[in-house]
Each structure stands twice: as structure tokens, then as C-alpha cells.
Design a protein around this ligand. Structure first.
Ligand code: DX5
Ligand code: ZN
Length: 224
């Protein structure tokens, strides 16, 4: 069984104080940072590029950074984020002309590679590349914005993916992104997820340590 990891999404942090916010959530008990990169083309919003990832590293942020590319195309940004200090890079298969090549490119830099599946995307895209995928990010909202409501069909997809992974004896991780809160994290974990991205639930709460501890208390109750 994989450990449960909590990844605050910096999308909901105070961008004017991003370095402090990143260090604060890690000090509050989070495992990794999740950096949402949006290009106003693949998704209808515009956020940050590799410069900001590099700035976080220069500021002294040492925690792993999971870069979630919601951009099209992806390959040039994979290279730039690898050089800027990313530890994981996840992209959407619809946004790459050559998914296998993009996954290999991430591994070429020694990073963990992830595929992000939109709510309407099936598991089929994993069939011939799964040995190159370290984690699958199940989107439980349509990508583009923080603070949206969890789409319940994600639970069924997570369970199906969990079964799919077990059949193949794979160590691939299941991450979930969108609408994760104290109230639903346990149910999502029971479906099979082991990495939880949460933006608004953490950053809109005054006490980061309390909300992360409450999430961990819920995870400690999980029956699998
Ligand atoms: C949505 C992003 C998410 C987002 C999650 O496109 O990929 O990472 O920040 O935010 P919450 O947890 O507020 O739904
Ligand atoms: Zn994300």
C-alpha cells in the first residue's frame, strides 16, 4: 500500500508571497507542492511559467514540486520546468502529439512522469505507455480553475484505475485533483487514490496545519 501524500495547489496561495506560502504549507505538514501551469489555450486561464518554479527554488523551497502542465504543446515546457527545478511533471495526453515521447522526455531529466486525465477522458490512453507513467492524475474537476466542485464520477474512475493497476502489479500512483476537502478526502482514498491535491481547502483556511492534520485524521480512518 502506498503512503498517502497531501499536495497543496499553489493556485490558491497568495501569489504576492508565493515563496513564504510554499514553505508555510510544507512546515504545516504537506508532502509536496503542486504548481498549476495554465496557458489560456489548452485551458481558459493563465498562470505561471518556469521562471516562477525557478524563483521558488532560489528562494529556498526544497520540497518536491509537482508541475501540472495544462498547456499545449508540452515538450518545450517539460525541458524548461526540468531545468527550473520540478521533481514531477504531469501533462494531459490530449495536449501532446506524441505521448510516449513526452513521457520519455520527462524521464530523460530524471523526473517522475504523470498523465492527467480530464473528467471525460477514459483510461485507454494508458494501455501502451503505462510502464512509463509514475502517476495518473485523475481530474475531479474540469481543469482551469481552483475552487470548483468535485465531480462524483471521478470516484468510479479511481476505482477502475486501482483495479487496472493491481492487475498489472504496477507501482503507479493515483493522484486526484479538484474539489478535495476534509469532507470527501476519505471517500476518495477509499476509492483508491493515494495522492491528494487540494488548493482552496488548504489556502482558504486560516490554519494550514489544522486543515492538513484534519485531512490526515480522515485518511487514518480509511478502510482498503
Ligand atoms: C485545476 C487545478 C487544480 C486546482 C485545485 O485546474 O489543476 O490543481 O488548483 O483546486 P481546488 O482544490 O480548489 O479544487
Ligand atoms: Zn492541478
Amino acid at each position: 500500500m502506498q503512503d498517502f501524500l497531501i499536495l497543496p495547489s499553489l493556485l490558491s496561495a497568495d501569489f504576492a508571497r508565493l515563496g513564504d506560502e510554499a514553505n508555510a504549507v510544507i512546515a504545516a505538514g504537506a508532502d509536496m507542492l503542486h504548481l498549476d501551469v495554465m496557458d489560456n489555450h489548452y485551458v481558459p486561464n493563465l498562470t505561471v511559467g518556469p521562471l516562477v518554479c525557478e524563483a521558488l527554488r532560489k528562494f529556498g523551497v526544497t520540497a518536491p514540486i509537482d508541475v501540472h502542465l495544462m498547456t499545449k504543446p508540452v515538450d518545450s515546457l517539460i525541458e524548461e520546468f526540468a531545468k527550473a527545478g520540478a521533481s514531477h511533471i504531469t501533462f494531459h495526453p490530449e495536449a501532446s502529439e506524441h505521448v510516449d515521447r513526452s513521457l520519455s522526455l520527462i524521464h530523460k531529466y530524471g523526473l517522475k512522469a504523470g498523465l492527467a486525465l480530464n473528467p471525460a477522458t477514459t483510461l485507454e490512453c494508458l494501455e501502451y505507455v503505462w510502464d512509463k507513467v509514475d502517476m495518473v492524475l485523475i481530474m475531479s474537476v474540469n481543469p482551469g480553475f481552483g475552487g470548483q466542485t468535485f465531480i462524483p464520477s471521478a470516484l468510479e474512475k479511481i476505482s477502475a484505475l486501482k483495479e487496472w493497476i493491481e492487475m498489472r502489479h504496477s507501482s503507479m500512483r493515483i493522484a486526484v485533483d479538484g474539489g478535495i476537502k476534509i469532507e470527501n478526502i476519505r471517500q476518495v482514498a477509499e476509492a483508491g487514490a493515494d495522492m491528494f491535491v487540494a488548493g482552496s481547502a488548504i489556502f482558504n483556511h486560516g490554519d494550514y496545519a489544522k486543515v492538513i492534520a484534519d485531512m490526515r485524521r480522515q485518511l487514518a480512518e480509511v478502510r482498503r
